[in-house]
Design a protein around this ligand. Structure first.
Ligand SMILES: NC(=O)c1ccc[n+]([C@@H]2O[C@H](COP(=O)([O-])OP(=O)(O)OC[C@H]3O[C@@H](n4cnc5c(N)ncnc54)[C@H](O)[C@@H]3O)[C@@H](O)[C@H]2O)c1
Length: 360
């Protein structure tokens, strides 16, 4: 019989989505929820008909019934909160970005290997319907030999600069937002070696007294010469997601092409090259499953998909992916992207890992 997994949720902003997912899943029970903000704890208890909360992460970690901690705190705190969970003997589901630099990668690898607990990175985009379907088609060989990829995450996300932690050290558009597009590229090209890119900080970001680049373009090339073009734009007006998906992933192979994206439940394919028009697949009936709260905010459907995948892997003795190793590899790509933006030169992933003394 499958084990039912008991979840503790840390951080109740976006953590709202995993609470909804756990409550609807036959594979999960909700053990406790935790936030420093007591009003928010009470709000979530009321919203989800849940009677328990704590303001202390340490207290939640002491609960022997909890198997897995879901971490949804500000980006800069993830490394610390993952370590605490592992040391307390818990498995971890941590939202993206896994961390905001490679500074703590080796320490985390050591703790994870010593404790033998799972660390799963909640790269939600991989679990959105059109993007899932695209992966299934890729795995079924419908694209043939994959030669070129284009991914982007384009969103006018200036609203995000109202959050206090977006002004604290460690925040960047690249780690918080662009990681979705980078992760998709690395998912299809796991052997990326060369990274080149440019970035600018627009006046719109500078108006918030921030200097992090908000408009970035990269070419990532793997060891076989296949490439991905990855684009990220976060503080300029957009055409809106009806015209251009916020997140997009195009795969071009010898036998066919496909384009998936987010937040529209649309997927385009052309697996018959003589046909000039793409086929459009829509999944509109799944809108209420993916978007459970106001407008198209939060990611409850993606989290439902990934916590169930996590539980199934664990019940079958498999490692849920992306795991810590894969997550750190993606951060190495991002460190190379940052370096290339500064030097104007190509940066090699193997050199980033070598100078950081990281072996994956
Ligand atoms: N697509 C996705 O997967 C997705 C989408 C949105 C946000 N996120 C990620 O979720 C995380 C949270 O984002 P958010 O928008 O909810 O931010 P938020 O600021 O709204 O929420 C963070 C919460 O963490 C709480 N917190 C901070 N330190 C804590 C501590 N030590 N103990 C307990 N609670 C603590 C805060 O009180 C706050 O309520 C970020 O890492 C973000 O990148 C992921």
């Amino acid at each position: 019989m499958s084990k039912k997994w008991n979840l503790g949720v840390l951080g109740l902003g976006e953590g709202r989505s995993i609470i909804s997912a756990a409550q609807r899943s036959e594979l999960w029970t909700l053990g406790n929820i935790c936030d420093l903000n007591e009003e928010l704890c009470k709000e979530r208890c009321q919203e989800f008909g849940f009677s328990k909360y704590t303001l202390s992460y340490e207290e939640m970690l002491q609960d022997k019934d909890i198997d897995v901690i879901g971490i949804y705190t500000p980006d800069q705190l993830h490394a610390k909160h993952i370590k605490m969970a592992l040391e307390a003997g818990k498995h971890v589901i941590c939202t993206k970005p896994l961390m905001v630099s490679l500074d703590e990668a080796n320490e985390l690898l050591e703790v994870q290997r010593r404790t033998g607990k799972a660390v799963f990175v909640g790269q939600s985009s991989r679990y959105f319907e059109p993007i899932k379907r695209q992966r299934e088609d890729y795995d079924a060989g419908k694209h043939g030999e994959l030669d070129s990829i284009e991914t982007h995450y384009i969103s006018d996300a200036r609203w995000f600069l109202e959050k206090n932690w977006s002004h604290q050290a460690g925040f960047s558009w690249m780690y918080n937002f662009m990681i979705h597009a980078v992760d998709l590229a690395a998912w299809y090209l796991p052997d990326i070696e060369d990274v080149y890119g440019v970035g600018v900080t627009s006046e719109n970001t500078k108006a918030y007294n921030l200097t992090v680049p908000d408009t970035m373009k990269f070419i990532l090339k793997d060891k076989n010469g296949r490439s991905a073009a990855v684009n990220g734009i976060y503080a300029l007006p957009t055409l809106g997601s009806a015209v251009e998906q916020s997140i997009s992933c195009t795969l071009r192979g010898t036998k066919g092409i496909s384009r998936s994206g987010y937040p529209k439940l649309k997927y385009y394919t052309n697996f018959q090259p003589i046909q000039k028009t793409a086929e459009l697949h829509t999944y509109d009936e799944k809108h209420p499953y993916y978007f459970r709260f106001e407008q198209e905010s939060h990611h409850a459907g993606e989290y439902q998909n990934y916590i169930e995948y996590f539980a199934q892997c664990m019940n079958n003795g498999a490692t849920p992916k992306p795991d810590l190793t894969e997550g750190i590899h993606t951060l190495a790509i991002m460190e190379a992207m940052e370096e290339s933006m500064k030097t104007g030169m190509v940066t090699k992933i193997s050199e980033v890992l070598k100078r950081r003394n990281i072996s994956l």
